[in-house]
Design a protein around this ligand. Structure first.
Ligand code: ZN
Length: 65
């Protein structure tokens, strides 16, 4: 079982059951990770920046108001 890169808690995911693009969360520290590779399993920590980028995109969409 893979362990959380942040707190080294074992992540409750089955390597056989995750796919690239899946998001898994560490139950211990709450950090979310995106599965960026499955062979071998590779996790990318999801930063809050993602939300900021979405906000910027939405603002551009609202130009008319
Ligand atoms: Zn953790």
């Amino acid at each position: 079982m893979p362990s959380c890169p942040e707190c080294e808690n074992e992540l409750d995911i089955e390597i056989d059951e995750v796919e690239e693009g899946d998001v898994v969360a560490c139950e211990e520290c709450g950090t979310e990770f995106e599965v960026v590779g499955v062979e071998p399993l590779e996790l990318a920590r999801i930063e809050e920046e993602f939300e900021e980028e979405e906000d910027l995109y939405n603002n551009e969409d609202e130009e008319e108001e």
